[in-house]
Write a protein that binds this ligand. Structure first.
Ligand code: NAG
Length: 335
């Protein structure tokens, strides 16, 4: 199935004022119908060959996608458990992706980031466009932007941020090709993300990464992201940060900024049974499997979490009081 995508302005980066190692992030233009709301599903931490309820989550995603006529799917990473893809011909691509998300309604572009488990395999294979020849839905890159009319999605490669993977990997091997050394990679990435956000004129700015910013489940907060990435999101008025990594569904509100954190990591194995409070305001936590649905219009964002029975567990909506994006005048509605 053909996915209509236009690659724009990816090459024009290296002006004299940027350091040689930084580059403009690849920007994909997702075609939209003017005035129509944008609808998408978000799933994370899923690739287990259908196991641990992955198939049940996929079935319900298919139904919700059909009812809401989604535009695309976002994956928050850990696409192939436990060790990513071995190569572009790894059968896990069929067993965990193509043969699981079979509903016609899910035959839309999938925009995917990498998780730490993806970094334990052959990362270059998972971001290789050769996979799109096998299934044109699969659009996976390290960090990139998807522009869809009123919303810009900023996909950020968060695995290299976590220091412990570099200094204390234990038995695990991480594929750092094209990423090392860590400090330079992160510094350049933050610069690129900041520049892209400053250029954005979209009504909504949404950041997507694998790792948690705030979480009450097993992994808790990711300190490196709170220290390094969060200030960039705050400075640029990012509305939402959406992640996976913890195998659950969460909504947490920042107490010192308008940012809302959503965890959608319930694509397969879940039920860790761990709860640890943090300083921000917990709005919703479900320890089991499921996914997130999101609808965005000019002045409203509507979120809903669904479980393996297709039941909507939680609804939350947010209205922008005006289109000037004056954050202090934004109002929050809880349902
Ligand atoms: C699958 O989902 C059901 C319903 O939430 C749950 O009872 C069951 O434990 C889940 N199975 C696994 C392996 O997580």
């Amino acid at each position: 199935m053909a996915v209509a995508l236009a690659l724009l302005a990816a090459m024009s980066a290296l002006s004299s004022c940027t350091s040689p190692a930084t580059a403009e992030l690849t920007r994909l233009e997702h075609p939209v119908v003017d005035g129509a709301p944008l609808r998408l599903l978000v799933v994370g931490d899923w690739g287990r060959k259908g196991g641990y309820n992955q198939t049940r989550v996929a079935e319900q995603m298919g139904k919700v996608a059909e009812e809401t006529e989604i535009d695309f799917v976002v994956s928050t990473g850990d696409n192939f458990l436990e060790n990513g893809l071995a190569g572009v011909d790894d059968m896990a691509f069929h067993d965990s992706f193509m043969d699981v998300y079979t509903a016609k309604s899910l035959h839309k572009p999938w925009y995917l980031v990498l998780g730490n488990h993806d970094y334990r395999g052959n990362v270059l294979a998972q971001i290789d466009p050769a996979l799109r020849k096998i299934d044109s839905r699969f659009i996976c890159m390290r960090s990139f932007i998807v522009s869809a009319g009123i919303v810009d999605f900023f996909f950020v490669d968060t695995t290299p941020f976590q220091l412990q993977y570099w200094t204390d990997p234990g038995e695990d091997h991480y594929d750092w090709r094209g990423v090392a050394p860590r400090d330079a990679y992160i510094a350049n990435l933050l610069e690129d993300v900041d520049a892209a956000m400053k250029k954005s004129t979209a009504t909504w700015k949404i950041a997507v990464g694998h790792h948690t910013m705030r979480s009450v489940s097993a992994h808790g907060d990711t300190q490196e992201l709170l220290e390094l990435l969060l200030p960039v999101l705050k400075e640029n008025g990012v509305d939402f940060y959406i992640n996976g990594h913890d195998h659950c569904l969460e909504h947490i509100s920042s107490r010192d900024s308008p940012i809302q954190y959503f965890t959608s990591g319930g694509g397969s194995k879940a039920w860790r049974g761990i709860f640890q409070q943090n300083e921000d305001k917990l709005q919703f936590f479900y320890d089991g499997q499921g996914f997130l649905s999101l609808e965005l219009s000019e002045n409203q964002a509507r979120f809903a979490f669904y479980d393996v029975f297709g039941e909507a567990l939680y609804h939350w909506s947010f209205s922008k009081a005006n289109l000037q994006k004056v954050q202090s005048s934004a109002s929050v509605t809880e349902e």
